[in-house]
Design a protein. Structure first.
Length: 277
């Protein structure tokens, strides 16, 4: 596999990052995960816009413009001859000394790698457990996909230990926040609900797309805080994320979740967007 590293296309085995890279030492960086469909990145502009905002917040100066990154991504796809894949974009502050305080501005590290798309047939369905890990209810870093994801990692470990596919994360107020790897939606009285982004959740690219789809389908939506007990009475639950798209939830903490036709309707519209991409 060929990867992109700091402006060069190199074999994966030769793509070396210094051990003092702050992304390695402190998770001091950002990343984006983008679906490649028909040889083209899906909604890459939105992913790069979030990456750019995150870099500005972290005071990291990206070495390349979004337009250059899109061009590099196209070249990477062509060199690897992959038309269906997952693209990961990573940006770190780059090499630096020991200690939390960054030194003088150095050269950030930019990496792009391609990965096989996981099996999507038969349609993916997930069982969820409520994780014991919590995320801050008002985290100033929540709008950005930072490389520091240990809470998400441990929530997934917890889910796997309990035989579940994914973990549901609550915030520090005890309210429903998001899944470990995506945003959460529920169906209630034919209304599609999701958690507001000011509750500590990542404003996902697919989340925004689902709200756009609902508007096009004439489905009512709401963004509000919800308690775990209320979620258990929903008429349908699904997770949104860039790799799997719309993932219906079939079990929550061992209890069956109803399958709402609204979820299938939204998933069909999303898949049609992928096909036209």
């Amino acid at each position: 596999m060929i990867v992109f590293l700091n402006g060069h296309f190199v074999p994966e085995a030769g793509a070396l990052v210094p051990v003092n890279d702050r992304g390695f030492m402190y998770g001091d960086g950002l990343f984006e995960t983008i679906r490649i469909v028909n040889g083209r990145p899906f909604r890459m502009a939105q992913h790069l816009e979030r990456l750019t905002r995150g870099a500005a917040f972290l005071k990291i100066q990206p070495p390349f413009t979004p337009a250059q990154m899109e061009q590099f991504a196209g070249e990477l796809i062509a060199q690897n001859q992959l038309t269906e894949a997952v693209l990961r974009v990573t940006l770190t502050r780059g090499p630096g000394g020991r200690g939390y305080t960054p030194g003088p501005a150095g050269q950030p590290t930019t990496v792009m790698t391609l990965h096989p798309t996981p099996p999507l047939e038969p349609p993916v369905e997930w069982s969820l457990i409520t994780s014991s890990f919590r995320i801050p209810a008002a985290d100033p870093l929540a709008p950005f996909k930072t490389s520091s994801r240990i809470v998400n990692v441990m929530a997934r470990v917890e889910a796997a230990e309990k035989g579940a596919d994914e973990a549901l994360l609550l915030n520090t107020k005890g309210e429903v926040a998001e899944a470990a790897s995506g945003n959460l939606f529920w169906i209630d009285d034919d209304q599609v609900g999701t958690v507001p982004t000011d509750q500590g959740v990542l404003p996902g690219i697919t989340r925004a797309l689902v709200l756009e789809i609902c508007q096009g389908l004439g489905l009512r939506t709401s963004q509000r805080a919800i308690q775990p007990g209320e979620l258990r009475h929903a008429r349908g639950i699904f997770v949104t994320q860039s790799v799997f798209g719309i993932v219906p939830v079939v079990l929550l903490d061992g209890a069956p979740v109803p399958r709402s036709p609204r979820v299938d309707q939204i998933a069909a519209a999303y898949n049609e967007m992928l096909r036209r991409a």
